[in-house]
Design a protein around this ligand. Structure first.
Ligand SMILES: [Zn+2]
Ligand SMILES: [Zn+2]
Length: 190
């Protein structure tokens, strides 16, 4: 059977029963945010799917090397895939700084989540080139994210698709959106 690819969609306890239907059909990773590990029902519910689908943590990465190192090591030991996302960044250069600072740790993650997701306009060419070069040099997998697909990042996503190792993700926050790629399809990125 051909499974739908979705390497980053979120587990929420209120959709627990619906995930039971969908997850067996998915080639991908079901995640919770690092910050949700201590929230009622999140980690316990996610763990119930361990034998059904690979499970993981979406980890917010920053320039604190030792802290990120400890977190990735610990999560891997517990059998979680790590999706590393730069959730807060000041500007383009800062986004690249985060990646460069923790570069040796990226061997231990599954992939980088929604690159430059905060952008409101097209990325500068030099930033795109630096990002692509970094990912190629370090053999990093990058996701093409449905949630953050925008008309102005089509070219950037196209470059990722053509030049990098990549996975598709919806970043879905409810069960019915898993594996649904309306925007990526509209932009001819599937
Ligand atoms: Zn995220
Ligand atoms: Zn996410």
């Amino acid at each position: 059977m051909h499974k739908i690819q979705d390497y980053h969609f979120h587990y929420f306890p209120q959709y627990h029963e619906e995930y039971k239907e969908v997850c067996p059909l998915v080639d991908g990773i079901m995640v919770i945010h690092d910050a949700q590990k201590r929230m009622q029902g999140f980690l316990k519910g996610l763990e119930e799917f361990r034998s059904v689908i690979p499970i993981g943590i979406e980890l917010s990465i920053n320039t604190n090397f030792s802290k990120i190192n400890n977190m990735i090591t610990s999560l891997k030991e517990q059998g979680y895939h790590v999706i590393a996302s730069v959730h807060t960044y000041k500007d383009h250069s800062h986004f690249l700084d985060v990646l460069n600072t923790i570069q040796p740790l990226l061997n231990n993650i599954h992939h980088i989540g929604h690159p430059f997701h905060k952008e409101k306009t097209v990325l500068p060419d030099n930033i795109i080139e630096d990002f692509l070069t970094f990912c190629k040099k370090n053999s990093v997998i990058v996701e093409l994210n449905e949630r953050y697909s925008r008309s102005y990042n089509i070219q950037f996503y196209q470059r990722i698709k053509e030049e990098l190792m990549f996975v598709y993700s919806t970043d879905a926050h409810c069960a019915k959106d898993i594996g649904v790629y309306k925007k990526l399809s509209k932009y001819n990125l599937l």
